[in-house]
Design a protein around this ligand. Structure first.
Ligand code: SAH
Ligand code: SF4
Ligand code: F3S
Length: 456
């Protein structure tokens, strides 16, 4: 095994070993950053001569691109590896790889616990994938070094046909929220040069994508020299052929007035913000090191809504953070009721080895109590989401068509500007078109309607 030192450093140019007739299958876990990284890996591997396989059974190289955000995410990957082991034993020449955040988080134990894994590769080492795969044909290969100089500039991702193209604008994170593993597995925060982002947006538009989503852990702290996040949004908005711009996730502490003004002015930027709050208790926010108070957050929501009255909002909530009391938890419920988010991602706190909370804050809330609190936030949020959606009946929304609806013959699905899923009879409309849909009926997660002619 070639165990490389786990330190940050500038990586030299790596010569690529070309291959022929080899097929790779990558399965993605975790957030959109990982989806985007999988697309980069496919781009890098295609340049090296690999074709892609649709199923692990048809591949010469199988990679699980993994997430480490909660214990459950890692358990899923271990379960999947267990399933794929049979394939490896049937075909010993198959290269089994694990990439991404979990690869970095548990690299050593992964190779010990799953000796049939040939390749472990961290988020900053994907340029070396072709050579690491070649190396893994001899002895197991491991490279989980973090590299603050790696932006994957110049790599052309292979994207699935869709209306939306993800573009990673920042890698890593410097916030070190006490519960979060991301800064440890993805390294220091760095911004991709603006020129490269605009190049990617143009290439996406030329390839037929109509929407771009700019990705990073704290997108609104983006900076490339004098160019900040607001400038970047304005630059991407100038790309012809891109109708809609989204971004995720902004950090509540980094939302400048300039970004709010740019959003309000530029109609291509969607009226939807995912604004993770985590907790409604100042005491818990402090222990989490979130760097804002409840009042700061609510003030920001007011400013955003004043500038964009039709803005839709979603958030992330953690239930059962160490030391969270019943009254802290009730403060979260009350903040959520006050903001009235359109939707929310809600999680039980999961202690992550390596974080400050893991080291210094005993996991005081029992699993049962975490479960109860989670159910309570979900129930309240579902009720709010349902009520908000019901107010859409009779309204006409512009919808970017994504494809067939998951259920229902002849139905298409797309997203509204505010990121609501809208389902309507397709009636010959092509994917990736912009259509007007009048909403007739709504549920917790979906708005249903019928196309109407374009106004003007
Ligand atoms: N960078 C984003 C969040 C990325 S992680 C931000 O700061 O907004 C996505 C979400 O996972 C977080 O917002 C948080 O709600 C959740 N999360 C992160 N670590 C967690 C943990 N240890 N336990 C439970 N949820 C966690
Ligand atoms: Fe994690 Fe906080 Fe960074 Fe988000 S901002 S990735 S929660 S450390
Ligand atoms: Fe994303 Fe999971 Fe990594 S949420 S950044 S894939 S730890």
């Amino acid at each position: 095994m070639s165990a490389l030192l786990d330190i940050e450093g500038v990586q030299p140019e790596i010569p690529v070993t070309p291959v022929q007739g080899q097929r790779v299958f990558i399965e993605t876990y975790g957030c959109q950053m990982n989806v985007s990284d999988t697309e980069l890996m496919l781009g890098i591997l295609q340049d090296a001569g690999y074709a892609s396989a649709q199923r692990p059974e048809d591949a010469d190289v199988v990679v699980l691109n993994t997430c480490a955000i909660r214990e459950h995410a890692e358990e899923r990957v271990r379960g999947r590896l267990g399933q794929l082991r049979a394939l490896k034993y049937r075909r010993p020449d198959l290269i089994m790889g694990v990439s991404g955040c979990m690869a970095k988080h548990v690299s050593e134990s992964l190779m010990k616990d799953a000796p049939y894994v040939d390749l472990v590769v961290g988020p900053d080492s994907y340029r070396k994938l072709p050579d690491l795969i070649a190396e893994a044909r001899g002895d197991a290969a491991l490279d989980v070094r973090l590299d603050r100089g790696e932006f994957y500039a110049g790599v052309d991702p292979i994207r699935k046909a869709s209306s939306n193209a993800y573009i990673t604008i920042m890698r890593g994170c410097d916030k070190f929220c006490t519960f979060c593993i991301v800064p440890y597995v993805r390294g220091r925060e760095r911004s991709v040069p603006a020129r490269e982002i605009v190049r990617q947006a143009r290439a996406a538009a030329d390839a037929g994508f109509r929407e771009v989503t700019l990705l990073g852990q704290t997108v609104n702290s983006y900076r490339d020299g004098a160019c900040d996040f607001a400038d970047l949004l304005a630059m991407v908005a100038c790309v012809d052929g891109i109708y809609r711009i989204r971004f995720t996730s902004p950090h509540p502490s980094d939302f400048s007035e300039k970004v709010i003004e740019t959003m309000a002015r530029e109609k291509k930027i969607c009226r939807f913000i995912h604004l993770p709050v985590q907790s409604g208790s100042n005491r818990v926010l402090k222990a989490m090191q979130r760097s804002y108070t409840v009042d700061d957050y609510l003030g920001l929501v007011d400013d955003l809504r004043a500038a964009m009255p039709d803005l839709c909002l979603s958030t992330d909530i953690i239930a059962g953070f160490p030391g969270e009391t019943q009254s802290d938890f009730e403060a979260t419920l009350s903040l959520m009721a006050q903001v009235r988010y359109d939707s929310a991602f809600m999680f039980k706190y999961s202690a992550r080895k390596g974080t400050v909370a893991f080291r210094e804050m005993p996991d005081t809330v029992s699993e049962e109590e975490k479960g109860r609190r989670l159910e309570a936030v979900i129930a309240q949020q579902n009720c709010i989401s349902e009520k908000i959606n019901a107010t859409y009946v009779g309204r006409t929304l512009e919808v970017l068509v994504q494809g067939d609806a998951r259920k229902g013959e002849g139905l298409a699905a797309g997203k509204s500007d505010g990121f609501k899923t809208v389902v309507f009879p397709r009636e010959g409309v092509a994917d990736h078109a912009l259509v007007q849909v009048e909403i007739a009926r709504t549920t917790l997660r979906t708005l249903f309607g019928r196309r109407v002619p374009c106004a003007g």
